[in-house]
Design a protein around this ligand. Structure first.
Ligand SMILES: [Zn+2]
Length: 42
């Protein structure tokens, strides 16, 4: 039986749809854009 931690470890990493960087695990409200591309000051 797989633990919850194992389950999350096996999830595929998201990649920014704009620059292709790996998106760190965080709230999903950013969609498929990384912090760099989602920065409001840019
Ligand atoms: Zn990006």
């Amino acid at each position: 039986m797989m633990s919850v931690l194992e389950f999350f470890r096996n999830l595929p990493k998201k990649h920014c749809s704009n620059c292709g960087n790996v998106i760190q695990e965080k709230a999903d409200c950013y969609g498929n854009i990384c912090d760099e591309c989602d920065h409001p000051a840019r």
